[in-house]
Write a protein that binds this ligand. Structure first.
Ligand code: E4P
Length: 214
């Protein structure tokens, strides 16, 4: 499973890139709004740090506006992926961009039908938001399982990008379901490395070594 980091923070991305497990980045308008500076410049810097796919989301809500913004965003770097909302207008823009060879990540997906539609429109990635479904007492991971089954039934190549991840168990569950990508907040990525038995074990190895060898 590929690991993307879900942030607009250049510092978090640099730190994650050093861990050598990072395959890509997802941003969204809320994440970039938290950062100081021009969003285009931030995206450019991110694309220089991470060679893998970097999702940049449009702000427009009509197809023509989305296509115009996408035209500017793709100029930032070769690894930019255009992120579009899963609305009728977004799906129309997805169809146009995908047929031109531009990679599209369809975001704000909350149902199997939305996932089916974006695959038919040629999206490179579908982003079901599992944490936000959990937040409203729905079973977010069930959506990943359903989308996986639907895509397998028809051989759709759209990659399932598990989004709105809240904790390390979401990543485990996504991997067990065979999701293609999980986009992970920095905090969760760092939590994934940790296990108290690793810390206790290492401390014991080092103290035993010190006792024997001084
Ligand atoms: C995905 O690409 C989104 O940026 C993100 O995962 C949304 O997560 P949130 O529900 O924590 O805002």
């Amino acid at each position: 499973m590929k690991f993307f980091i879900d942030t607009g923070s250049v510092q978090e991305i640099r730190e994650a890139a050093e861990l050598a497990v990072l395959d890509g980045v997802t941003t969204n308008p809320s994440l970039l709004a938290k950062e100081k500076g021009n969003p285009f410049e931030i995206l450019k810097e991110i694309c220089n740090i991470v060679p893998g796919p970097v999702s940049a989301e449009v702000i427009a809500t009509d197809t023509a506006g989305m296509l115009k913004e996408a035209g500017n965003l793709v100029k930032i770097a070769d690894n930019i992926v255009i992120k579009l909302p899963t609305t009728k207008e977004g799906v129309k823009a997805c169809k146009v961009l995908s047929s031109e060879g531009v990679k599209v990540n369809m975001t704000l997906v909350f149902s199997p039908n939305q996932a089916l539609i974006v695959a038919k429109a040629g999206a490179a990635y579908v982003s079901p938001f599992i944490g936000r479904l959990d937040d409203i007492s729905s079973e977010g991971m069930q959506l990943i399982s359903q989308v996986g089954q639907i895509y397998a039934n028809y051989g759709y190549e759209t990659e399932i990008l598990v989004a709105s991840v809240r904790h390390p168990m979401h990543v485990v569950e996504a991997a067990l379901l065979g999701a293609d990508v999980c986009t992970i907040p920095a905090k969760v990525l760092h939590q994934m490395f940790q296990h108290p038995l690793t810390d206790i074990g290492l401390e014991k190895f080092l103290s035993d070594w010190k006792k024997a060898n001084g």
